[in-house]
Design a protein around this ligand. Structure first.
Ligand code: PLP
Length: 355
């Protein structure tokens, strides 16, 4: 990214040499991402974030298909807020939005989805993997079911790009991504739009990104996104560290995992200590140098009750206990063991019980 931050000032829409150089850099990044996804060059557009990409998928589809026959949108109850919070806008556009319920592990209930589906559904939105629990969703089954009812299928794959980057064409009609979840810069996203699927742009102006996302391209950010995708094949899996962490926690009194390892993202661990609130745990862990999370960090920086845990059927009290740990490719087994011992120590200290 450095050359594009330091002196690559050409505007990718300009015709002069500097502009063409910038455009080539953007196209190269697009080449890398589309190659990794096994899709056509023209099927991927860059956006300003994963949130913007998901907004474009859901609201853009609603705007482009205002056909009264399809007036419903189905959204899983555990979607990221970038999808869930499109609801008021969809309703203003005349759509009815129904939430698809999930099971105790935050997995979409296929029986409920089938009951909700009908030929009046325009779009189904089910993420690839949940950002809090790490739960992998039954994307193949959802794709088949949505297709049976002629509905569009959007999947937020912000947490799952490494799983998709294997050159195998994605199944949904619309898939959204974010660079910063794979080691790229913050403030860059992308959307895959299956050829032929119609969307209306949300950001209009200069006609960039095939007139679907106006605004001068963030060349450095897009180049960084491409580089991060290119580096995915060399990244080691975070699973050994995550598993080492969970192996230690399995012997810590009270630790209750929320989702089975086999059914979750390789770098995620979620669970709770019944009777121990997350907030004092997280403060202690932070002091020890361990950056962990609860539900989702809300914009004010305080802890918001997790809509994922609530949707998965946890009580208000249990929701306050949820802890989320994520592991990167650089997390070592030693890091994981240290982290687990910090968690055990914090749980013992907060509960007042010495282990
Ligand atoms: N979707 C999921 C599942 C996420 O975890 C996030 C980010 O945390 C987003 C969407 C939003 O992406 P961005 O931060 O690029 O807007």
């Amino acid at each position: 990214m450095e050359p594009w931050l330091a002196d690559g000032f050409g505007n990718a829409s300009s015709l002069h040499r500097e502009g063409r150089r910038a455009k080539n850099a953007v196209d190269q990044a697009r080449e890398i991402l589309t190659g990794a996804l096994g899709v056509l060059f023209a099927e991927v557009l860059f956006t300003g974030s994963g949130t913007e990409a998901a907004n474009l998928a859901v609201i853009g589809a609603a705007l482009a298909n205002q056909d009264a026959r399809r007036s419903r949108v189905l959204v899983s109850a555990v979607e990221h807020h970038c999808v869930l919070n499109t609801r008021p806008m969809l309703e203003r556009l005349g759509y009815r939005v129904d939430l698809i319920p999930v099971d105790r592990e935050a997995r979409v209930r296929m029986d409920a989805l089938e009951d909700l589906l009908g030929d009046d559904v325009l779009l189904v939105s089910v993420m690839h993997a949940n950002n809090e629990f790490g739960t992998l969703q039954p994307v193949c089954e959802v794709a088949a079911l949505a297709r049976r009812f002629g509905a569009l299928f959007h999947s937020d794959a912000v947490q799952a790009l490494p799983m998709l980057a294997c050159g195998q064409r994605p199944l949904p009609d619309l898939v959204t991504f974010s660079a910063h979840k794979i080691g790229g810069p913050k403030g860059v996203g992308a959307i895959y739009i299956l050829a032929g699927v119609k969307l209306k742009p949300l950001v209009v102006g200069g006609g960039q990104e095939r007139e679907m996302r106006a605004g001068t391209e963030n060349v450095a950010g897009i180049v960084g996104f491409g580089a991060a995708v290119g580096a995915l094949s060399e990244r080691s899996s975070p699973a050994p560290a995550r598993d080492a962490f969970l192996d230690v926690l399995a012997d810590v009194p009270g630790w209750t995992p929320s989702v089975s390892r086999a059914e979750s993202l390789p770098g995620h661990a979620h669970g709770r200590f019944p009777g121990i609130h997350a907030e004092p745990m997280l403060i202690r862990l932070d002091r020890m140098g361990l950056a962990a999370g609860s539900g989702a960090a809300c914009s004010s920086g305080s802890l918001e009750p997790s809509h994922v845990m609530l949707a998965a059927g946890y009580s208000g009290e249990e929701v306050r206990e949820g802890l989320r740990f994520t592991f990167g490719p650089e997390t070592t087994i030693e890091d994981a063991h240290r982290a687990a011992s910090f968690v055990a120590e914090a749980a013992a200290a907060v509960s007042g019980i010495r282990s």
